[in-house]
Design a protein around this ligand. Structure first.
Ligand code: ZN
Length: 61
């Protein structure tokens, strides 16, 4: 099964794409687990990185 980003052929996740990124953050503000996101390991790592980056820059609460 392909993950959200593999399906869309997105290799790198842009931290500026907050509309996409915020789908992978839980209501309590945590990064959703791989089980919940359904992402592959590679993209799970990338989304975690993008979320952290977006937070640092204040793009994400
Ligand atoms: Zn993937």
């Amino acid at each position: 099964m392909q993950c959200f980003f593999c399906q869309r052929n997105i290799a790198e996740i842009d931290f500026k794409e907050t509309e996409i990124i915020k789908n992978f953050v839980s209501l309590s503000g945590k990064i959703k687990s791989k089980k919940k996101t359904g992402l592959c390991s590679s993209h799970q790592r990338k989304i975690a990185k993008a979320i952290k980056r977006a937070r640092q820059l204040g793009l994400l609460a």
